[in-house]
Structure formats: structure tokens, C-alpha cells
Design a protein around this ligand. Structure first.
Ligand SMILES: CC(=O)O[C@H](CC(=O)[O-])C[N+](C)(C)C
Length: 299
């Protein structure tokens, strides 16, 4: 079997880190807008709404805070997204390797989905605290106050005041968001890659526009199932302590106060970001993998 066909979780790990950096650079500005829209307080009437939509939030953020305002809270994901994607791609590679004792036998769609889910379980260990810190920082600027000086200050203060439980607040919702969405993410990408590969060619020869297309669509489908738990997670992680009794309570409160549409809050920002960010992510992954296959084939 050629080096390119062999699944190497380690190569996936390194290439996944590059993918994460690409994902972040292309996607963070719209992620900030998404979190601000998702967590803005409910206004008594339309006149007092802080942000009327994606463009309004973009415009107000840039006017008040400059372009750098869109990159607020990037410190935590910068340290978190590259390792997160590295672990995600590693878990996916490991899942594939574990389920494929015979490398010449292709995996079923269910096996690919489960491999992706494994990546989601692994990443939660760093994603849950990373998201808690990122969301708190993203929201504090839009609220006008600056309680935390940065990601490290935020992590230390959460830990000092309420211990590790506070740092990991929102773990269950992170698992609910990331396990199935990770499965769908990788399944979509693999299915599209095979579909877009012309007869008789290897998937590793797929052209850049086709990689971008497959990655972008994988990102969009991933968010169609990830967004409702993401809204619950953002609200839960940024709420004052004691506001919600648990996952079901956030869901009930949101449905009661704002209706089912609230589960798709930030929809425009999420879907505007999903395609370019994930297209860049998978392109970064494939290019890094090619480099590794050429320079360190035995990894
Ligand atoms: C829901 C989510 O975080 O999706 C990630 C891509 C993105 O758009 O941020 C990918 N992954 C499912 C691997 C976490």
C-alpha cells in the first residue's frame, strides 16, 4: 500500500494543527459576531435591540472597537484551535485505523461517522474550557465592561474563585455539540472527496477547488446540527452563576423566552463563516499531509 493510502493518526495530528490555524484565521471575525448575536440580552422592544443582525453587529463592532475588535478573544482559540483540530484529526485517524484491520478494505459510512465522533470525544477535554474562556471574553466587550484582562487572566480567575468545575462549565453541551457534528463533518468530507474524484484517479490527487468545495460543504453540514447546542452552550457558559440549573433548564428558558427560532441565533454569521473557514481548514490539512508524505513518509 502507498504511503498516501495508509492512515497515520500522527500525520493527521500534525496536519490537523495546520488545518486549525487556517480555520481560525479565516473564521474568527465571524465567530465573534456569532457569539455576540447569540448572547445579546433580550430587548424589551425592537428599538432597544443591541444588534439588529449580522451586518449591524459587524458595523457596530468595527466602528466602536476597530477591525481588531473582530479578533477579540482570539488568544484562547489561537492556543486552542490548532491543538483542537490536531486532536480531532488524530481521533478521526485513530478511529479509522482501529476499525480497518485490513487497509485494502474500505470503511463503511457508519465507520467513518464513528471515527469522526471519536475525534469529538477527544477534543472536548480542551474545547470545553477553551469555549468557556473565549465566549466570556467575546461577550464582555459587547457588554461594555472588561472584567477579564485576557484568556490567562480569565482562566486563573475562574479557577481561583470556583475551581476546575467553573473552568469546565458547559462540558456536557460541548459533547452534545461536538460528537455528532464531528462525525457528520468527516463523513461529508470523505463522501464528497470520493464523489468528486474522477474515475481511475486517486483521492489524493483531488484539485484545490474540489478540496475547498468538499471542506466548505462539510463545514456547513456540521453546523446545521451543531448550532442549536452551540446556542445553548454559549448562553450557559456566559450566564451568571446560578442562572441555569442545567442543560435542560437553558433549553426550556430559551424556548419560553425567545421561542424555537432562538436555537438558530447567529445563523447568518455561522453559515457565512462555515464555508470559507472549513474550506481553508481542509485545504491546510491536505497540503500539510502532502508535505508530510513527501518529507517524513514514515511518521
Ligand atoms: C462545531 C465546530 O466547532 O466545528 C468545527 C469547525 C468550525 O467551523 O469551527 C469542526 N469540528 C467539528 C471538527 C470541531
Amino acid at each position: 500500500m502507498g504511503e498516501e493510502a495508509r492512515v497515520s493518526p500522527l500525520k493527521n495530528f500534525v496536519a490537523g494543527g495546520v488545518a486549525g490555524a487556517c480555520l481560525l484565521l479565516a473564521g474568527h471575525p465571524l465567530d465573534t459576531i456569532k457569539v455576540r448575536l447569540q448572547t445579546q440580552p433580550k430587548a424589551p422592544c425592537a428599538q432597544y435591540v443591541l444588534y439588529r443582525g449580522t451586518y449591524d453587529c459587524f458595523r457596530k463592532t468595527v466602528t466602536k472597537e476597530g477591525v481588531l475588535g473582530l479578533y477579540k478573544g482570539m488568544g484562547a482559540p489561537l492556543a486552542g484551535v490548532a491543538p483542537m483540530m490536531a486532536i480531532s484529526f488524530f481521533g478521526f485517524g485513530l478511529g479509522k485505523q482501529l476499525q480497518q484491520p485490513d487497509p485494502n478494505k474500505p470503511l463503511t459510512h457508519t465507520q467513518i461517522f464513528l471515527s469522526g465522533c471519536l475525534g469529538g470525544v477527544f477534543t472536548t477535554v480542551i474545547v470545553a474550557p477553551g469555549e468557556r474562556i473565549k465566549c466570556l471574553l467575546q461577550v464582555q466587550a459587547s457588554g461594555g465592561s472588561s472584567r477579564y484582562a485576557g484568556p490567562v487572566d480569565c482562566a486563573i480567575r475562574l479557577y481561583k474563585t470556583q475551581g476546575i468545575r467553573s473552568v469546565y462549565k458547559g462540558t456536557v453541551l460541548t459533547l452534545i455539540r461536538d460528537v455528532p457534528s464531528n462525525g457528520l463533518y468527516f463523513l461529508t468530507y470523505e463522501v464528497l472527496k470520493n464523489f468528486l474524484t474522477p474515475e481511475g484517479q486517486s483521492v489524493s490527487q483531488l484539485s484545490t477547488p474540489k478540496i475547498l468545495l468538499a471542506g466548505g460543504i462539510a463545514g456547513i453540514l456540521n453546523w446545521t446540527i451543531a448550532l442549536p447546542p452551540d446556542v445553548l452552550k454559549s448562553n450557559f457558559q456566559t450566564a451568571p452563576d446560578g442562572k441555569y440549573r442545567g442543560v435542560v433548564d437553558v433549553l426550556r428558558t430559551l424556548l419560553r423566552e425567545e421561542g424555537p427560532k432562538s436555537l438558530y441565533k447567529g445563523f447568518n454569521a455561522v453559515f457565512l463563516r462555515a464555508f470559507p473557514a472549513n474550506a481553508a481548514c481542509f485545504l491546510g490539512f491536505e497540503m500539510a499531509l502532502k508535505g508530510l508524505n513527501a518529507f517524513v513518509p514514515s511518521l
